[in-house]
Design a protein around this ligand. Sequence first.
Ligand code: SAH
Length: 368
Amino acid sequence: MTAPRTNLLDFDLAGLQGFFAGLGEKPFRATQLLKWIYQEGVTDFAAMTNLSKALRARLAEECEIRGPEVAQDQQSSDGSRKWLFRLDDGNCIETVFIPEKDRGTLCVSSQVGCALNCTFCSTAQQGFNRNLTTAEIIGQAWLANRLLAPHYGGERAVTNVVMMGMGEPLLNLDAVIPAMRIMLDDNAYGLSKRRVTLSTSGVLPGLEQLSAQCDVALAVSLHAPNDELRNELVPLNRKYPIHELLEACWRYVDLEGRRRVTFEYVLLDGVNDSDAHARELVKLLRNKPAKVNLIPFNPFPRTRYTRSSDARINRFFEILVQAGITTITRRTRGDDIAAACGQLAGDFQDRTQRRIRRMDLHKGEQVA
Ligand code: SAH
């Protein structure tokens, strides 16, 4: 049996340097490779003309540059696009592209399913299956750019990345950090740190690790202004309550060059959207390096929640703005193809084979 090929999408710069050292090659081969893969979009080693013939032949024999496969491709009337990507083991993940006038944002998944069980999120319904590898994470951006290039005059369409697809990125940092480093690396996509955003429900040890290892913008899924309500909506809050979460956020932005934390707040009709909730939220965030992203709830089959009325959303927004808090209401995109926030449910067809795992909140470990 032949050994499986090494997928070079699995390596950031340091990883590739280590890989080439193992082949007895110089470290600069790593920057050459990153440029071929991410800037030139080349997958054929024979075309990598600045590598020696012998190295090209060896890479062709032992390595590959391979993203996921497209299982489904849906285009919304508003231009946003949702792909269902199939992974080697048959699992599927969802990736969404949202084009705007001045940018193209890709919403990237970090896990198959999710262990956190937030009550208003459709990914939670499928439970947790497994972490994605670095190749599967960066592969979403790599493949999206390839698929979109013909519509963008051969240029890269993805200018911004948000880790807001399926999964909790801070529970898969070993794979997420190298993938984000590739997004930031000038030899690869070279996105500025303000254009790569990690969104988390608030896994505090992960946040410390992220802070020390990778400089990206931070978004936190808050959704409630007090522990009682947040415990219910985001069960992870029982382990990492709001005041600890906010302290960790202020520490995160304290470091040089980091600006503000974005707090995401899904508005659920009659649950977390009253004037009193808005005023409570003001108390938490006033005069802090914070901005708020209000997200109209996106319904999905069998959910118990409904979206707040526009009047309610506007009123909530006004209370925050009048208190001096920078607030935006996220426009819902890709509604007609269920590509909006929290609607990424993956492919349920192999559900019966899944070992559904949940977060054990008391131990903080994933249990079978
Ligand atoms: N686990 C990470 C990233 C994935 S969720 C996190 O919790 O941040 C990305 C964003 O979509 C989060 O703010 C999440 O709370 C929000 N979201 C989840 N379900 C939603 C829904 N049905 N409608 C609107 N937003 C939702």
